[in-house]
Design a protein around this ligand. Structure first.
Ligand code: 5GP
Ligand code: ZN
Length: 117
């Protein structure tokens, strides 16, 4: 497992790797995906390191709630909340999770097909 010291998104939170930050709270950070799949494609993370959504769900202090609220605030800010957006947490290898620091993808600004493939 990738340690926090080697974690890409921990480094973005720490300001050690640049990112286009669009929203921040005391416990969350949201930044544009480097390889956007839609006109709006923003990643929302807790500033603390949790490897995946299961670990975030087990955090017993309202952190998952903060991440969910931040994701919706991003959608509002990006102007996609009314038209519709998708919030995706790829969780584990088979779901395609490539960065082991939990992140919600906020996708919007175009019609999105279902199922996602
Ligand atoms: P996953 O596949 O784990 O659900 O999503 C990881 C996301 O992180 C991908 O959409 C990928 O484009 C994005 N990503 C990977 N490296 C970087 C980076 O250095 N900066 C930013 N902003 N996004 C990244
Ligand atoms: Zn991390």
């Amino acid at each position: 497992m990738v340690s926090e010291a080697d974690c890409l998104f921990c480094k973005i939170v720490a300001g050690e790797i640049p990112a286009k930050i669009v929203h921040e709270t005391d416990r969350t950070l949201a930044f544009r995906d480097v390889n956007p799949q839609a006109p709006t494609h923003v990643l929302v993370v807790p500033k603390d390191h949790y490897p995946d959504a299961a670990a975030l769900a087990a955090a017993d202090d309202g952190l998952a709630d903060d991440v969910l609220k931040a994701a919706h605030a991003v959608a509002e800010q990006e102007g996609v909340a009314a038209s519709g957006y998708r919030l995706v947490f790829n969780t584990g290898a088979e779901a395609g999770q490539t960065v082991p620091h939990v992140h919600g993808h906020v996708l919007g600004g175009r019609g999105l097909t279902w199922p996602p493939g």
